[in-house]
Every structure is written in C-alpha cells, then in structure tokens.
Design a protein around this ligand. Sequence first.
Ligand code: NAD
Ligand code: ZN
Length: 341
Amino acid sequence: MKALVKKQGGEGLWLQDVPEPEIGINDVLIKIKRTAICGTDLHIYNWDDWAQKTIPVPMTVGHEFVGEIVEVGSNVNDYRAGQIVSGEGHVVCGRCRNCMAGRRHLCAQTSGIGVDRPGAFAEYLSLPMANVWEHREGIDLDIASLFDPLGNAVHTALQYDLLGEDVLITGAGPIGAMAAAVCRHAGARHVVITDINPQRLELAKKLGATYTVNPVQEDLADVRKKLGMSEGFDVGLEMSGNPSAFKDLLANMCHGGKVSILGIPSESLAIDWNTVIFNMLTLKGIYGREMYETWYKMSVMIESGLDISQVITHRLHYTEFQQGFDAMNAGEASKVILNWE
Ligand code: NAD
Ligand code: ZN
C-alpha cells in the first residue's frame, strides 16, 4: 500500500510502498478515506529538535483521519466492515491506576499513532478496537477527519461553564479558531481571540469569534473597556504556546477566572504568580482528548449544528501532499485535508 513515511532524518516525507498492516485479535483494519495535517506532522516533516528526539525512523506519520472498517480481529464483536470511523490516536496501557479508574486520558504510558507506532497517512491503518470512534450517519468526511484536533479544542473549551461567559482565546491557529466556534455553540457571550497573523484572525471570525485582536496593534485592556467588561474574562483558553500571549491572558482574567492551557511553549517560561494568587485564578493543563466524553460531545455538537467547515483551507489528493506541507510551512493554511480515495 501507499504511505507517507518519515524514511530518515532531515526535512521531508516520502511517499512509499509499504506492507499492509496486520491486525491482532483486538484490532480493526481501516481503509483510510481522508486525513488532515496537524502541527505535529509539520514538526516531523521539518525534523526539528522535538521530532529528532521523539520519532523512530522509518515511521508512517499522521493521526487525524476518517476511514471505513474493512476487517475486524477475531475478538471484535462491536464493530463490523462498512462502518465509518475515526479513532483516538492515543493508545493507552489499560492497566495503570488511571486507566483502571476510567481516566484513560491520564494514562502515563500512552503511545501515539504516527509518532510511536504506524500512523494514518496510508491506505490502511490497524487500530485497537478500544480506540475506534464510530461516526453518526451522514457525517461529512472532511469534518470527520478533523475529530482529533477538534477534540483538542472541545476538551480545552469545555473544562468550564461557558453559558453567558466572556471567553478569551490566545492563538487563532486551527485549534483556537475551532475553539471559538465551540464557545459560541456552548452559549458564551464575548469570544475574543488574539493572533499576530491577520489571515488567521479573519478565519476565526468566520468560525464565530465575536472580536479579534492583533496584540501588536491593540491592547486587551482597551478591548475589555470597549466591550464593557469591567472585571476581565471569565474563561481563558491558551492556544498559542506563545509566552507573551499567555502572560497577556493571565493579566486580563477576572478574579476567580478559569484558564485551560493547551498551547505548548517551546521552553520554560516565567509568569507573574502574584496575578494567579491574588486574583485566585484556576490554571489547568490540557492534553489530548477525554476518552470518550470529548468524542461524544463532538458528535452531538456537530449533529446539533456546530459548523467548523471554514477551518478547512485546502483539499488535496494524497499524492499532492508536498503542496499541503508547503502551505502549512508558509503559514497560508489552517486545515489541509488529504483525500486517500
Ligand atoms: P498553530 O501553531 O497553528 O497556532 C498557534 C497560533 O498562535 C498561530 O496562529 C500563531 O500565529 C499564534 N501566535 C503566535 N504568537 C502569538 C501571540 N503573541 N499572540 C497571539 N497569538 C500568537 O497551532 P494549533 O495547531 O492551532 O495548536 C495550538 C497550540 O496547541 C500549539 O501550541 C500546539 O502545539 C498545541 N497543541 C497541544 C495539544 C495538547 O494535547 N496539549 C494538542 C495539539 C496542539
Ligand atoms: Zn494506562
């Protein structure tokens, strides 16, 4: 079968013929229909320090996908050929304290598809049945391929009550922009989003942000005044990984404000702990998606009208993958979909 492989160190990915994956008794075989390119895939493509330390080569990459089950292992009774599925890319151990307690997203022995084990940028993927998410009938395949990053947005945004609240999102990348849509869908009042890239701010507006801020041009304190918010934001979602964006966010929260942090800073950073302490802020780190409450919320929100379609900026055939990675590297793309049919 064809697969996009990190064949060796250095920049790039290679479209290669590799053996079809074998499935174990607890696995399903999925024929891939669509995949989406994640920031993580870009790190692997560019072979940065993180990728060099993390990715054993050769490795078939990719973890954002939708496909059709074509075969199931002998132990699999709940799934059958023909079902349209995505899957949780974090494969957990199943035996640790958190896994046993049903807190699988907190497993410390997670292995990632397309990072630690063969990924989804391929014609076929073998996945444990415990990681399968079956889609509701009639779902748009491009949207279905985005459930992994949409899950990051949903997991981060739904940490706290949003109905009637004022939300600040720092970073209008694909995940920040989708989070804006989720916050609006969940009934937030103001959804203010920041980015230094005007194209990305425009996109976030299309997805539902009520006010966009370029921090180089406008101060968040002024924005609060303009919107009549005397006490600061109720909920903050850090989705940039940028130190100054994070500090700005903390400085503009209300007393008792609640912050969830998804963005990954490239190095350690200092914050004003006095703000956290005296304003009694709650800070929570977010990783991945909750298994499978986040997935359930995604399916029902899409069913009830959540529209994230505008986040897709490129639709390409998998053989045109180079174009997709170039657009990502140039900062021109938000979500790039690759069609494997
Ligand atoms: P992205 O890199 O596409 O988006 C980040 C955005 O932040 C960019 O648009 C960038 O222009 C913007 N930004 C940079 N400096 C800024 C500043 N000073 N103020 C405001 N915005 C600024 O990433 P993404 O795919 O949307 O993901 C968002 C973040 O979440 C990234 O840091 C990513 O590494 C991280 N992430 C975390 C998890 C997790 O499980 N914790 C999963 C996926 C992604
Ligand atoms: Zn575990």
